[in-house]
Design a protein around this ligand. Sequence first.
Ligand code: IPT
Length: 968
Amino acid sequence: MTSTHQECPPYYESHTPSSGIRPARARFESDAAELDLNGTWRFRLLPRADAPTGGFEDPEFDDSKWHTLPVPAHWQLHGHGRPAYTNISYPFPIDPPHVPDDNPTGDYRRVFDLPGDWPQGPAVLRFEGVDSCFAVWLNGTRLGHSTGSRLPTEFDVAALLRLRGNTLAVRVHQFSAASYLEDQDMWWLSGIFRDVRLLSRPTAGIDDFFVHAGYDHTTGTGTLRVDTDAEARITVAELGLVEAPANTTHEVGPVDPWSAEVPRLYHGVLATTAERVPVRVGFRTVDVSGGTLRVNGRPLTLRGVNRHEWHPDHGRALDHATMREDALLMKRHNINAVRTSHYPPHPDFLDLCDEYGLWVIDECDLETHGFEQVGWRGNPSDDARWGEAMLQRMRRMVERDKNHPSVILWSLGNESGTGQNLRTMAEWTRQRDPGRPIHYEGDPDSPYVDVYSRMYTPHGEVDAIGRHAEPTTADPANDAHRRSLPFVLCEYAHAMGTGPGGLADYRDLFESHDRCQGGFVWEWIDHGIRRREPDGTEWFAYGGDFGEELHDGNFVADGLLFPDREPSPGLVELAKIHEPVRIKPHPESGTVRVTNTRDFADTSGLTFHWSLTREGTVAVEGHLDVDVLPPGGTTEVELPRLPETPETGGETWLDVRAVLDRECPWAPEGHEVAWGQALAGGAPLLRPVPAGADPARGEGVLTLGPATFDPDSGALRTISGIAVTPPRLDLWRAPTDNDHARHGVSVAAEWRRIGLDRLTERHIATTVDDDALVVRTRVAAAASDLGTLVTYTWSGDADRLLLTLDTEPDGTWPCPLPRLGVHLGLPPELGTVEWFGRGPGEAYPDIRRAARVGRHTRTVDELQTPYLRPQENGNRTDTRWACFRAADGTGLRVEGHPVFDFSARRWSTHALDRAQHPHELTPEERIHLHLDLAHNGIGSASCGPGVLPRYRLHAAPHRLRLAFAPLR
Ligand code: IPT
């Protein structure tokens, strides 16, 4: 037997990106006929790409035994094969352009009739996205093949169409040569995952067009030019433009410009005798001038997020409602920009950005990150054989999306190293669309881009860049070019698990340097896949949950939204950081300072309310008249005369809120966009530190005020009959993803090394004197000589108990402490917490701006934040007092002297640390209550800088004072 060697590579292992496809063009709707081919298709999954087709492309083929599969969809999310997650690693050997023999291949079939009134003439079959490589047959004839998963592909089909019984057959390979260009940090998911349509293309219709709508900010006038090969005329009635010729620049006089803040669109029609295309025109001019990125002459502040397309049930096959929800959620959280990481989104999303107003960096479907793991050897970006594939990707994105006013920057792709092919992409783009600057982060020399872009840059370095003082590179010419560019953080503040900390500090840098024009938080949404236990319990899977051999665990869960689009505390914080107006009440002078932080919009549409609360209850409130402020404007507004604050009525806070005064396209009337608060006087309702009770020894028990103790160990047993497990020093927390720091310095590893997760307590002495019980211990871990000397001093009066906890480090600690406080156990019925302090959400030293001082109520279960991988969460800070109550209202009140942090959960820190998913956590027969002096900050070291020095909790002598009182 002779072996055959395949000389000519199959199309799915070829550098050639496609065959038989039409040239790229703009995506638009028109009055020409079209047929939606989404819906239920026939489907079978084969294990290899070279599996014989068995004639499935033949219209006579019998597919009645096949499965059905919806289009659009990923087959792995419908029971065929399994999802797999890797970040940087290719899930196959790096052997370009080859892919493994085991290459899941999906065959799709669909039979369709044309509507009776389907017009004669050209017709185009359009796929908006197929992952990763596919070949198409219509009525048995092969049309060609294509790659570029998140890019459209069109085939001419008129010659093959018939009125009835058209058979469309599509073969899709999971892996192909193109997979080397699609190494984005996301699930590997395959199939026809975006829309499929048949489009009639009238002979004298409009194949393509390019709207250029410029705005001259010095005169306030616009120009409009529509380039097209068609004999077309443009009408924008509102501008007095009626059937004006295409390919001519029209001076349209004064216009309202488009911006993300005021997304003014003019509706028009581009028409030939055969076709009418509705167009939406937004007048804006983007440039880089004087070292800043400007739109309509004004420098921008990008308050952005990186958005992958994600739905917990449908993966990257998003429906329109989900896309809209994303846009609305962004607007409602004061986000003004999106980087479409790392591929062009479903085109409808860009329509929504035009409509609601979001600045967009449209990013090409390109990432070759896995080559970094082999020292960038063989990276396609610098290999001429990949030149056409890479350029075609750029061309298909730019042509598809060029008519969106929201798109202000083109991005060449993500993490693809350096090389000539990237330069060629940039050069082609600049020539095709001189109206948009070019972004690419991956080339530190930045020679062919228009903005200097970096990711996860620590605060200190951002500050240096802001001062044009970044370190030099080998090439002075590149340095000079780069220093002339505006700076953008295309990724920062990695929103994985608890956090990200340090957002406010980044914002301060953006505001203090003209060169720093903001950035894009990584990332918008956790890519968790919804799963259900037999009992119906839902949870979200991440890498490794489908048995992948190679995976990156929960690194795919690093979003500001949970997979079900519930905002995480990180998003709530971001909304606060990015408030479009900043409000600073000054109760002492009876004024409020209001600053409009927007770049384009004034403050009309906002209305201001003030309220004075005492101990969290509104005492008086009213409306505040604030003049309309221009962008960047500030005013000092007089408050109405506030009533005197009685010294004893509780702590008094002045809150001022800015809300929408009417419904707007993205939020209802009354939606809060900003707030500020300040202490106006009074003192919290805390009784003075109790004293006076004498400890009394009884039989096997020591009594002090409302409490009983073990007379030997001095361990607390009960408070007013409520059995507790005694408070003990606790220094450990279940490490967050940021503590673990996969891509940074792991403080969690250090905590474990010194044994903070296995502390033991050695009793030193219990002394009882006139009015106090004093217990001294040394807390330390096996195999370590580091320790903490602890003194618990208990005192009280008839119905209150005071704990003064003094700690002193014994030895030299190599790292910050996770937390410092006590852990105690409460009866499980005390499941409702009311507290006065910051809330309602969780807060830590470097992520606490969104937490307001007030009176809040949550159940213990509601205090938990369900990060996809369980970890420290749910801390409440600056607490003056907290009441833990049973259903009948009885319970325990804890007071801070002056304040404390608390968290309460139905499982231990160890259980929290061990669990891989929230649903694995099972309630215990007690509530674990943590009362802390402080926590270490959170930082963003899961990918980026750690906790800034000012937010670290150091081992040092510390004192925490808490009072306990029964609630009857
Ligand atoms: C960087 C990637 O660009 C992005 O896609 C994502 O993976 C992110 O970080 C982390 O979630 S790569 C990083 C290791 C610098």
